[in-house]
Design a binder for this molecule. Sequence first.
Ligand code: ACO
Length: 325
Amino acid sequence: MSVLRSQIIGCGAFLPRNVLTNTDLAKRVDTNDEWIVARTGIHRRHIAAEGEKTSDLAFEAATDAMRHAGIGADALDLIVVATTTPDETFPAVATAIQARLGMTRGAAFDVQAVCSGFIFALSVADNFIRAGQAKTVLVIGAETMSRLMDWSDRTTCVLFGDGAGAVVLRAGEGKGGNADRGVLNTKLFSDGRLHDLLYVDGGPSTTGTTGYLRMQGREVFKHAVTNIAAAIQASADEAGIAISEIDWFVPHQANQRILDGTARKLGIDPAKVVSTVADHGNTSAASVPLALATAVADGRIKPGQLVLLEAMGGGLTWGSALIRW
Ligand code: ACO
């Protein structure tokens, strides 16, 4: 039986020029490079310049992915942007990208699942393709998390940064088994009861302000390792493969200790885990496609290999995507 599969034909990435090091941060709050590196693995983060918007970062990552895929805007049927830091409360960042690309047909919308946003957006796009409703889809994760930081709160401001990553998905044919090339499955989860662990204390219908990110770091950490491990297992089980058969793990880049803890829990060889957190910190929905673009560009991820993407974020939300490259 022939089935439609979403195949990734291009990856792109963009980080703003301004770099904020741990030493720079130590001049603003009571922290130091040793603490940040030991507890998080983060060395630096990129911060959007004044006036540089989420859509500006998204546009750069999108054009990079489209160049890589060798397609123009006329080929796109759909744009899905994952972001929790849109330029404006509405309209969506995706429609800003649509206009800037000169795409005059199809549809564009945003998805909001915070740090899991890219996995959720990829899942939405994959379902559009499987249903035959779109052939070529641009999926972007883009964030300016620096705009949500309380820069006097050392427990959060050292963790986050700005950036964008993107992929182009195209419909291809498969046989329906796990040897097919493309997205084999996506698994999405959420538990709204865990709101208080990670949220922003503002919004259009509450304070009328943007608000600042608030987090119970230790609790989030525990849920992250448990939930991400469960999502990876769910993807592997559904595809009928062992976790040891997966060639590359591309996690949400929140904290090196979460990456290490999850790998330990599942017996994953740390050499198979792509880590870029040192260079950009937690860029929320941008971090999975940023790490993916890095591992594709440097030749680690090769055609035919199994790649597992995963993330957890505010909501709480979490999920995974298993892809045959
Ligand atoms: N510099 C120096 N000291 C600090 C800093 C800092 N930036 N931040 C906190 N401390 C202090 C605390 O005040 C505390 O001091 P005390 O013992 O005198 O009270 C001490 O360090 C230990 O604090 P903890 O919060 O217990 O430290 P922990 O080892 O849990 O590390 C961290 C904190 C890094 C936030 C960790 O809990 C974490 O990474 N949690 C996950 C959070 C995360 O990644 N969130 C992102 C969104 S969700 C996601 O993406 C998965």
